[in-house]
Design a protein around this ligand. Structure first.
Ligand SMILES: [Fe+2]
Ligand SMILES: [Fe+2]
Length: 477
């Protein structure tokens, strides 16, 4: 394997695909089905646009991307893994110290397949969720960014499908087909995880999604990048380099929305949300509601607080903790404990449980730390304008469907309430139908003049890849 990517093959790759004819043929058979999915479920009406996109040409950390105009159906989706390091070991669990597996250990086969399918399913799901948003993009810059995210999520699907085809035989091929058959939000054949079946109806939701939910992707990929199954670890490492841009799009997108709103509030000396809305921007209270929704549905993606599956994934060496090898402990966790939240006697309380069973919760806590830092940066943007409003993360137990808090009614402040009390406040805490209607009405129609931005969002500080902000990032033809 080299760090350079072979673009002569029908399927770009750096795994010497041409050497394994059976595998190559199987993937070439899947490719038209993938393209069928992209034409049906990829960005609406976009197939003939020239989009200024980056394409991976090498998996080296330096200079892996080339930027040019591409029609998205011609994007070079392919299979890119960072090169093996040769002496890598299983770094945790009962198999710690063994050489990392280059093939699937038979006894862990179904567990490993499940991990790969669950990760793989999220990738096309987000493309489906976002497919209509190009029609109401606030600028060419933002339109290009969403398309970049979409083609890379498509490539992430390729990454997981490669593993399924290469290492799991017939049932892997069947799983790869099913990944193209499920549909986000479909009642009969939905995507596997809840947040990936929620609609992403507008650009505030899109930025929240890429900030919160793509970051769940980062944390899941990071713990899979620790896997003792080396091909999974290496493909996840490369996916992480792409993921960084998705989170950048989300953080700066929300940041630009709150900047625009707060600047107008300061300029007009107003703070009543109705007056703010009358200026054609999104009031900060509505931004907070979107935050509450996306944060809470994303917390559920980490799974139950107490999980024997998470313990098995770890003990076997298949899925590590975030930055496992940088943690200074025994990497076995047999005697360790960890605090998880729960509801006891009508109040939120902590309890200590075996650390092995709390690995979902631990990953969730690592995630929350990073999310909090991003919220602090948004608040700095607001603070600069002199507006006193601050965004904040709701309590971890707020609006949860999975884990210890599921079935309880917890306020953003962490108070346990009755179902009736909670429902009476619901629209104060999460976007109501009227809030969605307002935001969508404001985002009708897209801005197509280079360098122009919709009224409700500030321009970015700089363009993409040294290009100016008024660069023609998308040509519609
Ligand atoms: Fe992804
Ligand atoms: Fe992503």
């Amino acid at each position: 394997m080299t760090s350079n990517i072979d673009y002569i093959d029908k399927i770009p790759n750096n795994v010497d695909l041409g050497r394994d004819r059976v595998l190559q043929r199987a993937l070439e058979h899947w490719q038209p089905a993938y393209m069928g999915w992209w034409y049906d479920m990829g960005p609406n009406e976009s197939h003939n646009y020239d989009v200024y996109l980056r394409t991976a040409i090498s998996v080296d950390p330096e200079g892996w991307a080339v930027f040019d105009y591409v029609k998205m159906p011609q994007y070079r989706w392919g299979i890119f893994l960072v090169p093996p390091t040769g002496d890598r070991e299983v770094n945790f669990g009962i198999n710690k110290g063994q050489p990392a597996w280059q093939d699937v250990p038979g006894e862990y086969r179904s567990m490993l397949r499940r991990l790969i399918v669950t990760q793989g399913d999220t990738e096309p799901a987000s493309v489906e969720q976002q497919r209509m948003l190009g029609m109401c993009a606030p600028s060419l810059y933002d339109l290009r960014n969403i398309y970049q995210v979409n083609v890379e999520e498509g490539r992430h699907l390729w990454a997981m499908v490669y593993l399924l085809h290469r290492y799991f035989g017939r049932d892997g091929r069947e799983e790869a087909e099913a990944l193209l058959e499920r549909r986000s939000g479909d009642v009969d054949n939905p995507r596997i995880l809840g947040a990936f079946n929620e609609p992403t109806p507008d650009w505030l939701a899109f930025y929240m999604f890429t900030f919160f939910t793509d970051r769940d992707g980062k944390f899941q990929l990071s713990s899979l990048a620790e896997s003792g199954f080396d091909p999974l670890a290496r493909t996840c490492r490369f996916m992480l380099t792409e993921e960084a841009h998705h989170m950048f799009v989300g953080e700066t997108g929300v940041g630009r929305i709150v900047q625009r709103t707060a600047e107008l509030m300061a300029q007009h000396k107003i703070d009543d949300p109705d007056h703010v809305r009358a200026l054609g921007v999104i009031d900060l209270q509505t931004v907070q509601k979107y935050l509450n929704f996306h944060y809470s549905v994303t917390l559920d993606l980490f799974g139950g607080d107490i999980s024997s599956n998470a313990a098995s994934f770890y003990t076997t060496g298949l899925k590590g903790r975030y930055e496992e090898t940088k943690i200074d402990d025994d990497h076995q966790l047999t005697d360790a404990t960890y605090k998880v939240g729960t509801v006891k006697d009508g109040r939120v309380a902590d309890e200590d449980i075996p650390a092995l069973n709390a690995l979902n919760e631990r990953l969730r806590d690592d995630y929350i730390g990073e999310v909090q830092a991003g919220v602090d940066r948004w608040n700095k943007v607001i603070e600069k304008t002199g507006i006193p409003f601050r965004l904040r993360l709701p309590h971890k137990g707020f609006h949860r469907q999975i884990g210890n808090f599921a079935g309880h009614h917890i306020s953003p402040d962490g108070d346990v309430m009755s179902a009736e009390q909670w429902k009476a406040r619901r629209d104060d805490w999460m976007p109501s139908a009227a809030d969605y209607t307002f935001v969508q009405a404001m985002m009708s129609g897209r801005v197509v003049e280079p360098g122009k931005f919709a009224n409700w969002i500030a321009p970015p500080r700089r363009g993409i890849h040294t290009q100016p902000i008024d660069f023609e990032y998308v040509r519609f033809n």
